[in-house]
Design a protein around this ligand. Structure first.
Ligand code: BDP
Length: 307
């Protein structure tokens, strides 16, 4: 236990009530309670402490103590995690959980640890799909000419380019206004984020490409982690594992509700009959990735072999 009561500051991009926000709050409460108030994590929602790439850096340096980070913007910092941003890598959210909960997830956690980020547990973020203000996407060519916001990772720029769109990396908080003013025509995300960010008010076409199933971590700054004694570390890790169990459950329950909410608000949701056409366009991205990272080929193979 730290000699003095300590306050930990944690980063979260989402608003109150979002599955991750609920789980993070419960994580914070469990830690405070089990350490008898010696360690008090506090979560700052809505990215008020900075946008995600900046918050990852702040956590690496110990300026922030913890955060819930998506593996997309993690790629430029921890190259191994770029594997997780390869479109259509995972075939289902459950497969992603099995991969991340096993040896392969540990390999990613080891890579993050080398960059001073301690992974305590893995959250889900469902499947991401494209949405836009103009028309439904049914085939790759329907993306031609659309200006689409992506998260900060060059692989997403390559992905949108390969589909004929124009990718614009931009922070999450800027997307709503940019959709509204026509700076962009669309973006891509899961139903809960599409809903909670209000992007659905402007972008009325959501097309279920489900091109990215990407994990998120509950990560602690290495310096904050190393300052804890072993018993406190155990408390924090258990609370983080409980938070992941809760987040995954709330996610599974909430995703259908968000879909219904946006449909009730007038969004046209369409399924994609031929996902193979989208997947085929991704082949050059895989080839180029493996050429520039031959050491990561076996990681991709191992993920694909996980049932
Ligand atoms: C959400 C993720 C969050 C990302 C956001 C985005 O949970 O980590 O920052 O998408 O698109 O679904 O930037």
């Amino acid at each position: 236990m730290p000699a003095q009561a300590e306050d930990w500051r944690g980063w979260n991009v989402h608003p109150d009530g979002y599955p991750n926000s609920v789980a993070l709050k419960d994580f914070a409460d469990e830690v405070s309670e089990k350490t008898d108030g010696e360690l008090n994590p506090k979560v700052y929602n809505n990215a008020v402490l900075g946008d995600q790439p900046d918050a990852i850096e702040q956590t690496r340096s110990g300026a922030l103590d913890f955060g819930n980070f998506n593996m997309g913007p993690m790629g430029p910092i921890v190259p191994e995690t770029d594997v997780l941003s390869l479109p259509f890598l995972f075939t289902s959210v459950d497969q992603m959980y099995r991969v991340m909960d096993g040896d392969i997830g540990q390999r990613f956690a080891d890579a993050l640890a080398k960059k001073d980020l301690i992974v305590l547990s893995w959250f889900g973020s469902g499947a991401r799909s494209f949405y836009n203000t103009d028309h439904p996407i049914e085939k790759p060519d329907d993306l031609k000419g659309l200006k689409l916001r992506v998260m900060n990772n060059d692989l997403y720029v390559q992905m949108v380019d390969a589909l004929g769109g124009n990718a614009t990396p931009m922070s999450y908080g800027e997307v709503f206004q940019s959709l509204k003013t026509g700076v962009i025509d669309g973006a891509e995300n899961n139903f809960p984020s599409f809903d909670s960010s209000n992007h659905y008010e402007v972008a009325k076409y959501f097309s279920e490409t489900e091109h990215l199933i990407i994990p998120e971590c509950l990560c602690v700054a290495a310096s904050s982690w190393n300052a804890l004694d072993e018993d406190t570390q155990k408390i924090v890790r258990t609370a983080a594992e409980n938070a992941a169990t809760e987040q995954r459950k709330l996610w599974a329950e909430g995703v259908e509700k968000s879909r219904e909410d946006v449909e009730a608000a007038g969004v046209k949701v369409n399924e994609i009959d031929d996902k193979a056409a989208f997947q085929k366009r991704m082949e050059p991205i895989y080839q180029a990735f493996i050429e520039s990272h031959p050491d990561m080929k076996s990681l991709i193979d191992d993920i694909r072999a996980t049932q």
